[in-house]
Design a protein around this ligand. Sequence first.
Ligand code: AVJ
Ligand code: FE
Length: 434
Amino acid sequence: MATATADRQQIQQRLDDARARTDEIFALLEPEALYERPIPERHRLIFYLGHVEAFDWNLIPRGALGAPPFDADFDRLFAFGIDPVGGGLPNEPASQWPARERVLEYNARLRRALDDAVSGADLEKLDGGSRFEVAIEHRLMHAETLAYLVHQLPHTMKRRPAGAENSGDVSPAVIRHVGIPAGRATLGRSRARGFGWDNEFDELAVEVPAFAIDSHPVTNRGWLEFLDAGGYRERRFWSEADWAWRTGHGIEHPLLWARDGGGWHYRGMFDDVPLPLEHPVYVSHAEASAFAHWANRALPTEAQFHRAAYGTPQGVEREFPWGDEPPAPIRGNFDFARWDPVPVSAHPAGASAFGVHDLLGNGWEWTSTAFAPLPGFTPFPFYRGYSADFFDGKHFVIKGGSARTAACMLRRSFRNWFQPHYPYLYAKFRLVGA
Ligand code: AVJ
Ligand code: FE
């Protein structure tokens, strides 16, 4: 009984912390910015303001405890986000969305009602607490996806929090090809190990043949070489679909690069700075694949990423690249540490047993693996489409995490995915092959 109360208090605390993370993002915005649509494939920002609350209500009080709708119209309006495949972009006018004040009021009342409803509830009814984990991690994922949406707004629409300066450059990292001997990589998660999303189950051991992988991800400096070699102009480096995307959208450089008289700049969250050459380059899967063709190498598979990150010369596998200790700031640029990347060599204490750096944090890493279920996949009965809607061969697995990824989602089994022509997320890459 006492433990149940302690568990619930701890869960309430984690929910409150997650709420503070989404509140923090909205607090950056000038009020009118809420009606902007910074990314054509996503909703206007006002949607997300209501979404993280409506989702929680639909999932917990309404979905598990028999509560009525909180506000039937808003509960439905804010229920689900979008990820259109192959066109079909939203184009409704901003005036179609409710006023900011009404959404803020819905949110404040909903949070109070939700906290009341769950305070006396039986954890059994909440699928042993899984629904809380889903609510908390769903919100934390939105704290990250909101960050890259807000990243696209002009600097004049946001207020810079204290301590958000961009990090300066350091001496160039020496990028080596690290040889990884053949061995086992354990993907996924066993059901005995506690909460994971549907796509993390079951555990799957894969024998990975020997391969070589870069010690660090590709930097802005490395990308300049590709660009200067005509990387965006040479048809032969690109697959047919990727070339159509590149030419159709007139893409000639990474999304966050801007040319400005004197040279290249990086468009940071709050300001523009001369291109930081030692930072990882953030690019789409299509651009990363073209770079790999140019270099005569390849993107790692999901299993190769695991092997390089969690394998050891002794054969045991570890929980994190650096060992089994939980994530801490010296290990990498994650858990909301910053708003922008840092040099790829900034966290030697985060290197894997094989000496591979910057694997967790500082940008997710693209793999060549299409997002698909592991054997034993079962959708959550209360959220059937979370992963299953995206097993379409049109999304690729990303691993690792960014500066805006919460520590709880740095677990080894966590899998994330995006379309290859979606350049907005904080994603870097590294190459494998001789
Ligand atoms: C798992 C990050 C790809 O943002 O589309 C949020 C997470 N799903 N609400 C996304 C998600 C539903 C999802 N990703
Ligand atoms: Fe969502």
